[in-house]
Design a protein around this ligand. Structure first.
Ligand code: NCD
Length: 332
């Protein structure tokens, strides 16, 4: 499939994908259209990564992101080496640095890296070692960012509303301090001046100060709430983006219990969703805990399973865009 016509412009930081801020609205237009093309005719994308080796290396738990990347790379024709247990079984246990891990896979002929790391910023370090001929994609770095989740989230919102360039009220609820998906999503959606944010969380787990400063610097409209007014807020939402408590980021059992105790006012209920506008959507990156009961699954506003499917198409579109960009760089 020749999709080069729509991918002439390269996104900032090409070929690496480390932060959501790298993508401008024009880049997203190209990616979304490419994802639409691929989902309509998936077999036509086969071969874009023919002859390429992709290493998918994870050191934190994952079901969706890990398998979605493997599926995306394989459907594009790549040979994929997946390792989901880096933290337990790789030489990292023996103290190997991320740089040496990257060098090891480069020696084996790996072309692309998809990495999930525990330490914030560590995928950037991997990208520095890999250099510009070997793309590195951040599939989640600790409590930092998860840029491809933001791409699939933005794609889901775009599919619902037809554009991101309109007045949209996006309500993000839960552990906004440590949830990397909401960090990336706010950075990405803040590229659109008409998107308005309401950030709802326990006081102890408010959105990171750096992201709040980013919203202020860019003149974006937002409000923060730390009380139990979620139902009222959700009644005026276009998007309700729900997140789980990131218990694994807490220091000890006492801190985990304290977070759980504070979380209940931020649970979504079937009644709350029924009070939302009919064309609004409820999103969640998954996995979910008690904050999103299964009763909501049958509600037409529930989009979290759709998000997962959209993740496959957008990751195929992203990998294809990178492959085409690499090819045109090499032929210059
Ligand atoms: C998220 C993650 O790993 O950051 N899951 C995902 O990738 N879909 C969300 C989470 O773990 O809470």
């Amino acid at each position: 499939m020749d999709t080069t016509a729509t991918s002439a412009k390269r996104f900032a930081g090409f070929p690496h994908v480390l932060r959501a801020q790298q993508f401008e609205p024009e880049d997203l237009d190209v990616l979304f259209l490419k994802a639409e093309q691929i989902r309509r005719a998936p077999s036509m994308a086969h071969g874009i990564l023919e002859g390429r080796r992709v290493a998918v290396l994870f050191e934190e738990p994952s079901t969706r992101t890990y398998h979605s990347f493997i599926e995306a790379a394989e459907r594009l024709g790549a040979r994929v080496r997946g390792e989901q247990h880096m933290a337990a079984f790789s030489s990292e246990v023996k103290g190997e640095s991320v740089g040496d891990t990257v060098r090891t896979f480069l020696c084996l002929g790996v072309d692309y890296f998809v990495m999930r790391r525990k330490a914030e910023g560590s995928v950037e370090r991997a990208a520095q070692v890999a250099g510009t001929r070997h793309p590195v994609i951040n599939a989640g770095d600790g409590a930092g960012q998860h840029p491809t989740q933001a791409l699939l989230d933005a794609y889901t919102i775009w599919r619902q509303f037809g554009t991101l360039d309109r007045h949209l009220h996006v309500v993000l609820v839960g552990d906004l301090k440590n949830g990397r998906t909401v960090h990336s999503l706010v950075y990405l959606l803040s590229k659109y001046p008409n998107v308005r944010f309401t950030l709802v969380s326990p006081d102890s787990h408010r959105m990171k100060p750096g992201i709040i400063e980013h919203l202020i610097e860019h003149g974006r409209t937002f409000a923060e709430h730390t009380d139990g007014s979620l139902a009222e807020i959700a009644a005026g939402a276009d998007v309700l983006y729900v997140t789980r408590p990131q218990l694994e980021r807490e220091a000890d059992d006492a801190a985990r219990q304290a977070l759980l105790d504070r979380y209940e006012p931020f649970f979504v209920t079937a009644e709350l969703v029924q009070g939302m506008p009919p064309d609004s959507i409820v999103m969640h990156p998954l996995p979910r805990n008690a904050e999103l009961p299964t009763e909501i699954d049958a509600d037409p506003r529930a989009q979290y399973f759709q998000q997962m499917e959209n993740g496959l198409w957008i990751r195929m579109a992203l990998l294809a865009t990178i492959a085409e960009g690499m090819r045109s760089a090499n032929s210059r």
